[in-house]
Design a protein around this ligand. Structure first.
Ligand code: ACO
Length: 328
């Protein structure tokens, strides 16, 4: 028994900032950002919130899955940037959807969050506790971004992605996940300063304290990712007695094109097996994997029976890989 994905959805704000817009805020250039990260533009909230984007992505996923809100037993929202502390974002989504039979809670594990949300939901479904789950990654990272720090503000964006899982009598692929709190200092955010979707120019003027924003040792995170992601992918394959040849797609957290390319190289896999959309969204933390999954689903790239390796990595530090078989 496992949780098969039977529908996906995503949402990104219509307002975008390209690299030239960023270059008006900090000393950088489109050329530098594209070369070092692969990012071209990012979507930024203008009135949307983490909860509103989560709701929109969820509605699209339910529609895609042909599942009604009443059928949902579990709603999990993975986020580090919710606009609400209490009640949790998942309960806000429940209210908006009218999914009154669902148990709801949030999960905070930064860019590994969606992988952990999938694992959590799949374990509940495999254990027979629930039959249908809605998992969402939603982030308003623009609220946590220091628009005066060129080491970070070039990277992040806002958006949400969702998937509907149903319990089915199919193979349960065992995930592999790790955490290392000793290295957490590489990427921190001590408290939050909510910019409420103000344009970045206004947000830049309203800075009050650096502790309100993400602070990152970019090189440390980069080195961690290119070492640990191939390792955890190999561990997941070994744990499930599978080989790389059996994997059709590697859907990695979309942090940086160079990280994805380095992982492909270390695994000696063709880059074509590593779809990317970070050029359009930047790093949307726990939303990046479900947004990419939804794009691939809606453009018909995913075929029934294909095996997909999802891998996330980020603050904590946390990282993990999980295999799914596509059924939609
Ligand atoms: N524009 C122009 N120059 C810049 C910029 C910029 N935006 N940022 C840094 N520089 C300069 C630096 O000052 C430095 O100049 P110097 O040599 O004169 O001192 C030079 O460029 C090189 O700086 P590095 O920090 O070494 O640049 P690097 O190649 O490492 O790229 C980056 C920086 C893009 C942040 C990279 O380290 C990276 O992508 N790291 C991974 C970050 C990541 O993915 N984080 C997300 C984790 S997921 C999560 O949990 C949210």
């Amino acid at each position: 028994m496992t949780g098969i994905i039977c529908g996906t959805g995503s949402y990104a704000p219509s307002y975008t900032m390209d690299n030239n817009d960023i270059a008006k805020l900090v000393e950088t250039s489109d050329e530098w950002i594209q070369e070092r990260t692969g990012v071209v533009r990012r979507h930024i909230i203008q009135g949307e919130t983490t909860v509103s984007m989560a709701c929109e992505a969820a509605k699209r996923a339910l529609d895609n899955a042909e599942v009604t809100p009443e059928e949902i037993d579990l709603i999990l929202v993975s986020t580090i940037s919710s606009n609400v502390i209490l009640p949790c974002a998942a309960c806000e989504v429940q209210k908006e959807l009218g999914a009154m039979n669902a148990t709801c809670f949030d999960l905070s594990a930064a860019c590994t969050g969606f992988v952990l949300a999938y694992n959590t939901a799949a374990a509940y479904l495999a254990g027979g506790i629930y039959k249908t789950a809605l998992i969402i990654g939603s982030e308003s990272l623009s609220n946590l971004t220091n628009w005066k720090d060129r080491g970070t503000c070039i990277l992040f964006g806002d958006g949400a992605g969702a998937a509907v899982l149903k319990a089915e009598d199919q193979k349960f692929y065992l995930p592999v996940t790790h955490s290392d709190g000793l290295k957490g200092v590489a990427l921190t955010c001590k408290s939050r300063h909510d910019c409420n979707g103000l344009t970045s120019e206004i947000a830049a003027e309203s800075l009050v304290d650096e502790a309100h924003f993400m602070q990152m040792d970019g090189q440390a995170v980069f080195k961690f990712a290119v070492k640990k992601v191939p390792e955890v992918i190999r561990e997941a394959l070994k744990r499930n007695k599978m080989t790389q040849e059996e994997i059709d797609w590697y859907i990695l957290h979309q942090a940086n094109r160079r990280i994805v390319e380095a992982v492909a190289k270390r695994l000696e896999e063709p880059i074509e097996k590593f779809p990317m959309n970070l050029q359009e969204y930047g790093n949307t933390s726990s939303a990046s994997i479900p947004i990419l999954l939804d794009e691939m689903n809606r453009t018909g790239k995913l075929k029934a029976g294909q095996k997909i390796m999802m891998a996330g990595f980020g603050a904590g530090l946390t990282w993990g890989a999980t295999i799914i078989e596509w059924h939609s």
